[in-house]
Design a protein around this ligand. Structure first.
Ligand code: DQA
Length: 151
């Protein structure tokens, strides 16, 4: 059987991890996090690809181009979580497991961060566990794909 392919999308300002509000987001850089994700994915027998953009339109384009190419999506839309109908609509185009992830616990922060425009169109959300959350997300997608195969 072909290996399943997972796409990880990092939204705006996540390229600055390690230098950015370390109290909220931790000291790991995006490369550190991606390395850990890649190790975990390989151990699970999955192929993983990464995309980061500070631009809403480029994120929409990447989600659209994932159709038919990827079996699962892990997405941290960062600030666009709270504002982007366009990213929500793009996620709705997908028929694969989608995990919403945040490094910080968005429900413990400012009120404007409590609202996620994708929360009700994803498989589930992981929030508040820093970089480790991405590893939990890989597990969640791997389980969802295994269970889908059993159907
Ligand atoms: C974030 C939370 C968002 O509110 C914020 O705008 C980010 C990162 C997180 O990972 O905790 O940029 O998505």
């Amino acid at each position: 059987m072909d290996k399943k392919k997972i796409l990880v999308i990092h939204g705006p300002n996540l390229n600055m991890l390690g230098q950015r509000e370390v109290g909220h987001y931790g000291a790991e850089t995006i490369d550190d996090i991606n390395r850990r994700i890649a190790e975990k994915a390989t151990a699970e027998g999955l192929i993983v690809d990464f995309f980061q953009s500070n631009s809403e339109g480029r994120i929409v384009d990447r989600i659209q181009s994932a159709i038919g190419e990827f079996d699962g999506l892990i997405i941290n839309p960062a600030a666009y979580t709270h504002t982007s109908v366009a990213i929500r609509d793009a996620v709705l185009l997908l028929d694969i497991p989608v995990v919403e992830i945040h490094l910080s616990n968005i429900d413990k922060r400012e009120a404007f961060r409590h609202r996620s425009l994708i929360a009700d169109v994803v498989s589930g959300r992981i929030s508040g566990f820093g970089g480790k959350g991405y590893l939990l997300a890989i597990d969640a997608v791997a389980d969802a794909l295994t269970n889908a195969d059993r159907k």
